[in-house]
Design a protein around this ligand. Sequence first.
Ligand SMILES: NC(=O)c1ccc[n+]([C@@H]2O[C@H](COP(=O)([O-])OP(=O)(O)OC[C@H]3O[C@@H](n4cnc5c(N)ncnc54)[C@H](O)[C@@H]3O)[C@@H](O)[C@H]2O)c1
Length: 320
Amino acid sequence: MATMSTQAVATDLRGKTAVVTGGAGGIGQALGRRFGRAGMNVVLADVLAEPLKEATRTLADEGIEVAGVVTDVTDYASVEALANAALDRFGAVHVVCNNAGTGAVSEGYMWEHDLADWRWGIDVNVLGVIHGIKAFVPILLGQGEGHVVNTCSGNGGFAPIARGAMGGPATAVYPMTKAAVLCLTESLYTHLQMTGTRVRAHVLFPGGFLNTGIWESWRHRPDRYAAAQQRRAPETTLAAVVARFEAAGARVEFSPLDTIADQVMDGLAADSFWMMGPPTPADQVVAGKAASILARGAPDYLVDVLGQDAESTSDEGGTR
Ligand SMILES: NC(=O)c1ccc[n+]([C@@H]2O[C@H](COP(=O)([O-])OP(=O)(O)OC[C@H]3O[C@@H](n4cnc5c(N)ncnc54)[C@H](O)[C@@H]3O)[C@@H](O)[C@H]2O)c1
């Protein structure tokens, strides 16, 4: 839904350029489409060449000025090459979405997690964002304007969902990486402010149950992060997650990705650090965590996370 503020920024950003990592599908492609419809030039970047080509073609068919650049965010040279490609094609970059991510699922208790799972999750979800900041922020500063939008998650950004809906341990990798994304973005916000620039940092919390590739990231696991340990159970699929929720009596309804893209447009217009949907009961975790810290108490809010969010967790993956 386009709001007044969305319209305002659409005018502002018309003719400007957005770069979106993880743009071959899911939230990234929805962001690219939303930016393109607002009259922006779009650079979609992804490690998956074929889906990227398809996503780029789809947006181009809508009349969007779009380029696809195969990029591996775990490799700094590749992200630098992305920045250069964007500048070569469109002359400037105004909005950078560090959105590429991997499900970072791991089996068992965290001391049992495969080190390859940790490395893959950290390299994509954390180092990938650091690479984006290092390659693009100097360009934005040189222009004197621009926005960095880092994709976080309530799972980690608020608190980890440490126990899955079925009562078993959920991955510790994913929430750890997303907690890092929030922390990085807070530092970025402050450092930018210290320079007096108009460049801004924002953190995106996609909400709802989303039908994206993140649940099945394992399908595209690079060889260099090949699992070192034998898996005990088959990899999770989105269909299996949905089936588990339904078996537990939960109604599964996917939220439209356009809503997330609108959140970003509205957040840019309003210059919001926190790019979030309307308040939900899950927000209470934040209050519980703050209370626990201030009282030097036990982290009981983690139990609350499970209670409130059980519908959207899986044993392995937790909420994305
Ligand atoms: N889907 C959700 O419920 C949800 C919730 C909160 C946050 N997020 C976050 O949103 C972001 C987008 O995820 P999504 O849900 O659209 O999933 P997705 O799997 O559809 O999209 C992620 C994209 O990142 C790409 N990618 C993975 N490794 C990469 C690498 N090394 N270099 C470049 N690209 C790479 C993938 O190929 C994929 O196209 C992620 O950061 C994810 O953690 C998702």
